[in-house]
Write a protein that binds this ligand. Sequence first.
Ligand code: PGA
Ligand code: ZN
Length: 428
Amino acid sequence: MKIRSVDAYQIFDSRGTPTVECVITGEPGLTGVGRVPSGASTGQYEALELRDDDPLRFGGQSVSTAIGHINGEIAAAIMGNDVRNQEAIDLRLIELDGSQNKSRLGANALLAVSLAVADAAGKASGRALYEHLGKGQGSLLPLPEIQIIGGGAHAHWRVDIQDFLLVVMNAASYEESLKVTYDIYRKAGDLLMQQGRAAGVADEGGYWPLFETNHAVLDFLVDAIGAAGYAAGRDCMISLDFAASDLYDGEYYKFRSPDRRFTRDEFIDLVVDWCHRYPIISVEDPLADSDWTGWTRLSDRLGDRVQIVGDDLFTTNPQRIRKGLEINAANAVLIKPNQIGTVTETIAAIELTKQHGWLPIVSARSGETEDTFIAHLAVATNAGQIKVGSFARGERMAKWNELIRIGRALGNRAQFEGGRIYERILRR
Ligand code: PGA
Ligand code: ZN
């Protein structure tokens, strides 16, 4: 299917912030759509999200420059190309941009086009998107990491840790893991109400709680899991995203709740101590994205019993993942298409991670749209894990629901490993 027209325009993400949508049209009636998400706790090494910076329009957040690049330069460069040549088109986009971090045309411009090409190619091939992307090899439904409580930059720093997530360890199916999540998310909400600690929901749909310390939230989560009728440490584990680049001032790690600062080694001690005291299976960005030494030290101490995930550290960038592999900085990589800017590079990051025995986790952003590409990506690549925020709000549920549909389409080809996925990296 040859590209006949490219149309980009501004839509809004789940925070109501402008973002880019792109429609690519080929043979009559066939279109592909791409919509770009956006982070709040972004890593300094991410590909650049181009915004207009005009204070009089959407507080500087409008994206008309990126859209202009798609409708002008990019459309001219890819017109007539066959959408099934994803790699060639993505390479063309990268060359056209010409910068190190996609800052000339904008990673949001490139990704909108790259996603729309993938979607159109799926339709042109007459297959579901996950089948097209995975060349028919994708069959593993991912283990969900689901946010129960939000903090950090997503909840005005009410607590320091950004995500308190639930991992259902021994569900027999993807759908059963959602059932357990439902029970615990609801129970946690009821308990917060009873305790007068509910202040609404944070950016990704997790509760925005009124707690004085981070470890009080951990105690609360363990209680909520038990109150819902599950055993913390056996049925369910906790996963934390520290988003520690936001806690680091270049010298010290700082908590606001309570006010305390830590040296790198003190902060590593704290992470290790929490992992001993609480049923924690995974820690994401437990250290800052510039603190490679700290990452290796933590991995030496915890890497065989806890999943250690680099998000801001790696920014889905194969170069940074390679460095992490060399110095044993982690054992898992968060995968966010908009951190790197094209579908081809995103898949390359997943493959590189898997080749070296680490685990990829396909992830949404805190600013999301109704787009379900990442659900298809997770299955297509047999990534094994997915992180989409909480169990509420349309932009989150769109992904959880799409995975239900993909599971039904796979029928008895569908696989689900649940918490056994961790046996690939951990000895517990
Ligand atoms: P972000 O948060 O999308 O605001 O960066 C998600 C995450 O840190 O995993
Ligand atoms: Zn993160």
